[in-house]
Design a protein around this ligand. Structure first.
Ligand SMILES: Cc1cc2nc3c(=O)[nH]c(=O)nc-3n(C[C@H](O)[C@H](O)[C@H](O)COP(=O)(O)OP(=O)(O)OC[C@H]3O[C@@H](n4cnc5c(N)ncnc54)[C@H](O)[C@@H]3O)c2cc1C
Length: 490
């Protein structure tokens, strides 16, 4: 690892806190909090440093996705530390998409089989519960502390240099800098990660790319009705797909819905173009006629809430020796159209746990001897296992934007879903719809991407069959699909 040449601990503007070096998790977001539970459970002394104030004591402001869809990979990771049941208490099952057309008619499309659902959870509620649990399992969380880099540990008098590191922290409230000793660092500080920047600056041939969509998003609100009920069907994800843009709504436990409008930043129909109350009102009334009556604060929210951007970040490697590991959005930020960013980050935690278990055994921390080499192997195996899957879900997430905003209203897409559902029910060993592979299984994302591409090619041929609209549920179509599967095997 390259040593950072910046200020060493103990110089004029840093002060060293003395203690046995812990594992340090940077960022007490969703992934950092869960990861610290896994680390503490293994007996590692874990401390979290979080840039923001303690959100459990703060009012949450609008802006960054108030609720999220939690699905099987996320549940599995929460189950791994025994907290899934607790979280389920604040989650609302969404069994399918409720597609709203431009006249206000609705059509329900189930996500999977009977009994399958994705779950709407409050980001803040989930994060607060995870922080509570992290503390309960023994992790200390330091708030208002922003990670800015690392410095090498100084050699104690008369001894050779230790290979511990010091994290440079800046206190958000006072601006005071400090240096915190660390045995290892887990960078879970999100899409605009300072830990990632540090890995980048310290690593030769570090691969990095970031790609922004031309689209932004803005959160809006559908409050509960006067009688306290939900204003729309509760157990589904509502979509107003309008071809080149869309609005979605997810239910909250207070009976409101959080809506998210995805629209180009610039151009004829864009956030930039909707620059007066009159234009915005006309746009909403014409485009989402059934939503406007249940959005009493629409215009206020539209102009008061921020317009945020959508980024995909890819980078590699995710580690430096046995010292630093990136996980969650810090390693792989993706756009939200498959509802998988957090789920993928949570899966990082369960995969890391599997690799630790392989090297260290069940619930046991490594012996001091050989520890460094073992951790290096753990980090290397983790990044090698996760990188292809992170790349795959990044691609799938971008592709799913077209499906959500446009295809869901096309008759051929609806027919495709019906054919797939029927065939998959008849031959579950041969065909799992792509959405189900991603959402209702823990099949590696890269395998789901590959199988999905093969199935898509088959479906294109099936949909091109003359008279498919009439015979989609026939034995003939079933046989054709089996034949095409056989032909394209391997
Ligand atoms: C609009 C939208 C909708 C989404 N919907 C879904 C969904 O339905 N399902 C899903 O699975 N995913 C969804 N996602 C993705 C999901 O939000 C992210 O994947 C998830 O939040 C990543 O968690 P994280 O802990 O890695 O990062 P974050 O949640 O961003 O947490 C990072 C933490 O690090 C802290 N931090 C940042 N910098 C520093 C620093 N220098 N020092 C110390 N602390 C720092 C931050 O304050 C924060 O607390 C959505 C994302 C968006 C934008």
């Amino acid at each position: 690892m390259k040593r950072n040449k910046n200020t060493a601990p103990g110089n004029s503007h840093t002060s060293v806190k003395s203690s046995e070096p812990p594992f340090i998790v940077v960022g007490a977001g969703l992934v950092g909090s869960l990861l610290s539970i896994y680390l503490s459970k293994r007996g590692f002394k874990t401390e979290i440093y979080e840039r923001r104030a303690d959100m459990r004591k703060q009012k949450i402001s609008a802006g960054k996705s108030i609720n999220l869809a939690l699905s099987d990979r996320g549940w599995k990771a929460l189950q791994g530390v025994g907290i899934a049941d607790e979280i389920k208490k604040i989650a609302i099952p969404m069994k399918g998409r409720m597609v709203h057309d431009s006249k206000g008619n609705t059509q329900f499309h189930p996500y999977g089989k009977e009994g399958q659902a994705i779950y709407s959870v409050s980001r803040a509620g989930l994060n607060c519960m995870l922080m509570d649990l992290a503390e309960k399992k023994g992790a200390r969380i330091h708030f208002n502390e922003r990670f800015t880099g690392t410095v090498a540990a100084p050699a104690p008098a008369g001894k050779s240099a230790s290979d511990d590191m010091y994290l440079k922290m800046e206190n958000a409230a006072t601006g005071k800098e400090s240096a915190i000793p660390a045995k290892r660092i887990f960078g879970t500080d999100g899409a605009f990660s300072a830990a990632r920047l540090h890995v980048q600056l310290s690593t030769d041939r570090f691969e990095y790319s970031q790609h922004y969509l031309d689209y932004g998003y803005k959160e809006l609100l559908i409050p509960p009705l006067e009688n306290g009920d939900f204003a729309m069907e509760k157990n589904c994800l509502h979509i107003w797909a309008r071809g080149s843009f869309m609005m979605i709504a997810l239910p909250n436990i207070d009976c409101s819905f959080t809506c998210t409008l995805f629209l180009p930043f610039e151009g004829g129909l864009s956030f930039a173009a909707l620059d007066t109350r009159e234009k915005a009102e006309k746009f909403f009334r014409e485009t989402f006629p059934d939503a406007v009556p249940v959005m009493p604060t629409l215009l206020h929210d539209f102009f008061a809430n921020p317009t945020s951007s959508l980024v995909t970040v890819r980078c590699y490697p995710w580690s430096i020796h046995d010292k630093i590991l990136l996980a969650g959005d810090a390693a792989h930020a993706i756009v939200p159209f498959f509802g998988q960013g957090m789920n993928c980050g949570f899966e990082d935690c369960s995969v890391l746990e599997q690799i630790m278990e392989k090297h260290f055994g069940t619930n046991r921390k490594p012996e001091a001897v050989g520890e460094s080499k073992t951790w290096q192997n753990v980090f290397r195996e983790f990044q090698e296992a996760r990188k292809p899957n992170a790349d795959a879900i990044a691609d799938l997430a971008v592709a799913n934007f077209t499906e959500m905003r446009d295809l869901v209203t096309h008759p051929s897409f609806i027919l495709q879903k019906k054919i797939e559902a029927r065939f998959s029910a008849l031959h579950p060993g041969y065909w799992i719809p792509l959405y189900s592979m991603v959402t209702f299984s823990d099949l590696p994302y890269s395998a789901a991407l590959k199988a999905g591409a093969r199935q898509d090619a088959i479906m294109k041929k099936i949909l091109a069959t003359p008279g498919i609209e009439q015979k989609w549920d026939s034995h003939e179509v079933e046989e054709m699909m089996l034949k095409l599967l056989k032909e394209t095997a391997n």
